[in-house]
Structure formats: structure tokens, C-alpha cells
Design a protein around this ligand. Structure first.
Ligand code: NAD
Length: 471
């Protein structure tokens, strides 16, 4: 029986391994992590992450061929294939601070694999890493010269949070990169055999190591660039009376452009887009390509601009001050169907409003009060000026409160900001919302989920990203 061990039981490691276990009943899969609470949660009825369909998959295989454990060294030493799916955040200090990937977790995992291994292993990069990381990892894995053969593969993950299980069941492609040596090619075959249990062979792309590593950064950069492109258009729409939804539809019907990822919004978030582009910027700079670096940097700059533009719109619309006014924040997660708040635009929007002394009442169906409090009290890291840390925002009960549902959040509010496109915000009883708010009642829709015309008929003053302000 092939044994797989995955180091890192996070948003990627947990769901990907659960799906491998489900689709490959003859493979034993153990997911290990140093974070005991996470592993305890994976072994309970309350999984540590919210993902539609995940509970069912885990329930089906856990205890049969899927296991979660903190005994990292034991399971790594027993595995034939070791996936490494640890976090690779942006460095916050030292060389490359603000842009480069922090590979501390990866390096310590690689050193541990080298130390505890007693047999040959395939080591798979599942985390998103800078191109050429495999070279460094190979050096670490072979440093103590035990005569063990480590073959490294790059197998970046393309799942999107909120649709992770769907994406894993039916991926657009699975990418496997390896060395063009006999060992490398044999390892690619072994991993291809695992995925071939459910992924059609023509969707499994095999490349060299560097192409696979770079493809992941390139994919995220292209996706984020599309969002920044449409958001840049949204600003021009507001200035000219064009409607960004109509523009998106018009250009999306061009088969060369396509309709996906053309929704304007308050900005992209999530743990990956910003960090991966900044990492790409750093790699370009290190390779003497400043113009290419500047091109990609602009994608993040437009995203920052979109968030501050939204805050400015709220404040300027509400007679140039939100001081002491109650603003309901509907949605805090970086997108719907996830409880993940990493780099969510809601953090910057809330901090911007708090900076103008607003009183916030926050509701999100999947994000806890303690998570939001933590997010708002963290110092904001300024990637463009790494030496500066903005002070944390005040989050005392006086400035920020938390509501059980949207109706409680909007009670007596002067304004409402919709920051996550949860379905329930589309279907609110907006007449009831209006009746319970202070007048004039403002709605600022950062996700274009509301029916602007209908809401204006009720009596709201509505701002929706990229939509005409007065139609
Ligand atoms: P995460 O923070 O949710 O999980 C990483 C886990 O690794 C944590 O639980 C941490 O405790 C564990 N860990 C760190 N060092 C360890 C060690 N030495 N031994 C054992 N466990 C260790 O991160 P994530 O969102 O799952 O992302 C993992 C990687 O996948 C990142 O490189 C990310 O860029 C990439 N990725 C993420 C997504 C996504 O949507 N979240 C999608 C594609 C790729």
C-alpha cells in the first residue's frame, strides 16, 4: 500500500488530502501538523475550515485511509510520498521584506524530512514557492548524505477557497513538474498514477520543475491582474456614467477575453494573490527585470487604490464625515462560502472607517467575533514601505460591535457597506432594512449584489462599484 504523508493541515493540505483519500481507497493518507488545535479539530465534528462538501468527504474516509496526526516525524519517516503544504507568507523583515516569500516553514520541514527519513522518498512541493525553490530544497534534503534518494516534484495547487472540493474533484488541470532525469521521470509517473484515479490523463500536465513552480505564480498574477483591470475600469465607469457590469458583459463575450473573473469589487483578498504577486515582483527584481517588476506591482497598487477609493466614497457621500455614525458592515470574509479573512479587503475598509471615527456593527455568517477583533487589532504591514507599520485600529466595544444577523447589524445604522458577496445579502428584505435605518439611508455595495434600481425606489442612496451614481 502506497503511503502518503502531507505536512501542513491547512486550507490546502486538509482538503487535497481528503480528496486523494476518497478517490484512492488503497492509499493511506496521513495529514500532519505542528498545530495541535488544528489536528484536534480535523479529528472532531467541527473541522477547522469551512468548505462546502468538505465535511462529507472527511467523514467518508477518516479512520479508514485518512488520518490526522501531530506525530509529524513518525508519519514522514513511514511515507513513500511526502507532500509539503506549509504556509509561505510574505517576509516581514530582513532581506526582501514586504515582497519575498518567507520560506522558514518550508526549510524546517525539509530539514526534518532529511533527518527522519530512512528510505527513498518523493517530496512534493504543494505550497506555492518562488521559482527555483526546488534547487534549494534538494540541497537541504541531501545535506546529511545518508545515501537516501529524495526526488523533488512541484505540484502546485490551483483550488479556490469556497469551491475547493468542487475544484479538487474536477480540476481544470493537475500540474506536475520534475527533473528530466530517470528518477525525476519515475517520480512524475508515481504522482500521475495517484491523480489518474479520478483526473482524466489529458488534464495532467507534466513539465520541468521551474515551469511548474513559475506557472503557479503566473496563474495567480494573471487572475489578480484581471480583477485589477476590471476594478480600474470601474473607476472610469463612475467618472463617465458607463456601467461596469455592462462593460464586463460586452468585453467578456469576446471569446479571446472570456466572461470569468470580470466582476468589479472593493478589491481582491485572500492569502494568495497579493503575496504571490509581490513574490513575483521580488523575483523579477532579483533577476534584473525592474520594468517587469513594476508592471506586476501595479496590480497590487490598483487593488490598494480600490479599497481606499471605496472608503473615500463612503465618507464623502455621508457629508464628508462618518464620525460617530453607525455603519453596518455586511460580510468580512474575503469572499463568499469561506470563513477565511486573510488579506480580506474588509480589514482595510473597516480600518479606514474607524480612522474617521465611525462606529461599526459587523456581521458575517462564517467569521467569528474573535477573528475579526484579531484582524482589526493587527498592525498593517505596508508592503510598499516596509519600514512603516501603521498603528492598529481601536477595536473597543465602543467602536466595533458584532451582530447575530444582518438585520441586527443595520438597526439604527446611517450606512451599510456590503463587503462580501454572501447570497443572503442579495435576498435581504431591503424594505425592512430601510425602515430600521437612520435617514437618509446609504448603501455602499462593494460587491455589486444589490438591485440598485429597486433600492433607490425604496428610498436608499445607493453607491455600487462602477455603476452610474444617479441613474
Ligand atoms: P495554512 O496556513 O492554512 O496551513 C499551513 C499549515 O502548515 C499550518 O496549519 C501550519 O501549522 C502548518 N505547518 C507549518 N510548518 C509546519 C511544519 N514544519 N510541520 C508541520 N506543519 C507545519 O496555509 P494554506 O492556506 O493551506 O496554504 C499552504 C500553501 O498552499 C501556501 O504556500 C499557499 O500559498 C498555497 N496555496 C494556498 C491556497 C489557498 O487557497 N489557501 C491555494 C493554493 C495554494
Amino acid at each position: 500500500m502506497v503511503k502518503i504523508c502531507c505536512i501542513g493541515a491547512g486550507y490546502v493540505g486538509g482538503p487535497t488530502m481528503a480528496v486523494i483519500a476518497l478517490k484512492c481507497p488503497k492509499i493511506e493518507v496521513v495529514v500532519v501538523d505542528i498545530a495541535t488545535p488544528r489536528i484536534t479539530a480535523w479529528n472532531s465534528d467541527h473541522l477547522p475550515i469551512y468548505e462546502p462538501g468538505l465535511d462529507e468527504v472527511v467523514k467518508e474516509c477518516r479512520g479508514k485511509n485518512l488520518f490526522f496526526s501531530t506525530d509529524v516525524e513518525k508519519h514522514v519517516s513511514e511515507a513513500d510520498i511526502v507532500f509539503v503544504s506549509v504556509n509561505t507568507p510574505t517576509k516581514t523583515q530582513g532581506l526582501g521584506a514586504g515582497k519575498a516569500a518567507d520560506l522558514t516553514y518550508w526549510e524546517s520541514a525539509a530539514r526534518m524530512i532529511a533527518d527522519v527519513s530512512k528510505s527513498d522518498k518523493i517530496v512534493v512541493e504543494k505550497s506555492t514557492v518562488p521559482v527555483k525553490t526546488a534547487e534549494a530544497i534538494e540541497r537541504i534534503l541531501t545535506h546529511n548524505n545518508k545515501g537516501i534518494n529524495f526526488t523533488i516534484l512541484s505540484n502546485p495547487e490551483f483550488l479556490a477557497e469556497g469551491t475547493a472540493i468542487k475544484d479538487l474533484f474536477n480540476p481544470d488541470r493537475v500540474l506536475i513538474g520534475g527533473r528530466e532525469t530517470p528518477h525525476g521521470q519515475k517520480a512524475i509517473e508515481s504522482l500521475r498514477d495517484v491523480y489518474a484515479h479520478w483526473v482524466p490523463k489529458d488534464r495532467i500536465i507534466c513539465t520541468n520543475l521551474w515551469s511548474a513552480e513559475l506557472s503557479k505564480l503566473a496563474a495567480n498574477a494573471f487572475l489578480a491582474q484581471r480583477i485589477s483591470s476590471v476594478n480600474a475600469m470601474s473607476a472610469l465607469c463612475e467618472a463617465t456614467g458607463a456601467d461596469v457590469s455592462q462593460v464586463s458583459h460586452s468585453i467578456g463575450t469576446d471569446s479571446r477575453i472570456g466572461p470569468k473573473f470580470l466582476s468589479a469589487s472593493v478589491g481582491f483578498g485572500g492569502s494568495c494573490f497579493q503575496k504571490d504577486i509581490l513574490n513575483l515582483v521580488y523575483i523579477c527584481e532579483c533577476n534584473g527585470l525592474p520594468e517587469v517588476a513594476n508592471y506586476w506591482k501595479q496590480v497590487v497598487k490598483v487593488n490598494d487604490y480600490q479599497k481606499s477609493r471605496f472608503v473615500n466614497r463612503v465618507v464623502s457621500s455621508m457629508f464628508n464625515t462618518v464620525s460617530t455614525k453607525k455603519i453596518a458592515i455586511l460580510g468580512f470574509a474575503f469572499k463568499k462560502d469561506t470563513g477565511d479573512t486573510r488579506e480580506t479587503p474588509a480589514i482595510d475598509v473597516c480600518k479606514g472607517l474607524l480612522g474617521d471615527k465611525a462606529k461599526l456593527s459587523i456581521y458575517d455568517p462564517q467569521v467569528t467575533e474573535s477573528q475579526i477583533t484579531k484582524d482589526l487589532s493587527m498592525k498593517k504591514y505596508d508592503w510598499d514601505h516596509p519600514a512603516h507599520l501603521q498603528p492598529p485600529s481601536p477595536t473597543s466595544k465602543k467602536e466595533v460591535s458584532f451582530a447575530f444577523d444582518a438585520y441586527e447589524a443595520v438597526k439604527d445604522a446611517h450606512g451599510v457597506c456590503i463587503l462580501t458577496e454572501w447570497d443572503e445579502f442579495k435576498n435581504l428584505d431591503y424594505q425592512k432594512v430601510f425602515d430600521n435605518m437612520q435617514k437618509p439611508a446609504f448603501i455602499f455595495d462593494g460587491r455589486n449584489v444589490v438591485d440598485v434600481k429597486k433600492l433607490r425606489e425604496i428610498g436608499f442612496i445607493v453607491y455600487s462599484i462602477g455603476k452610474p451614481l444617479d441613474s
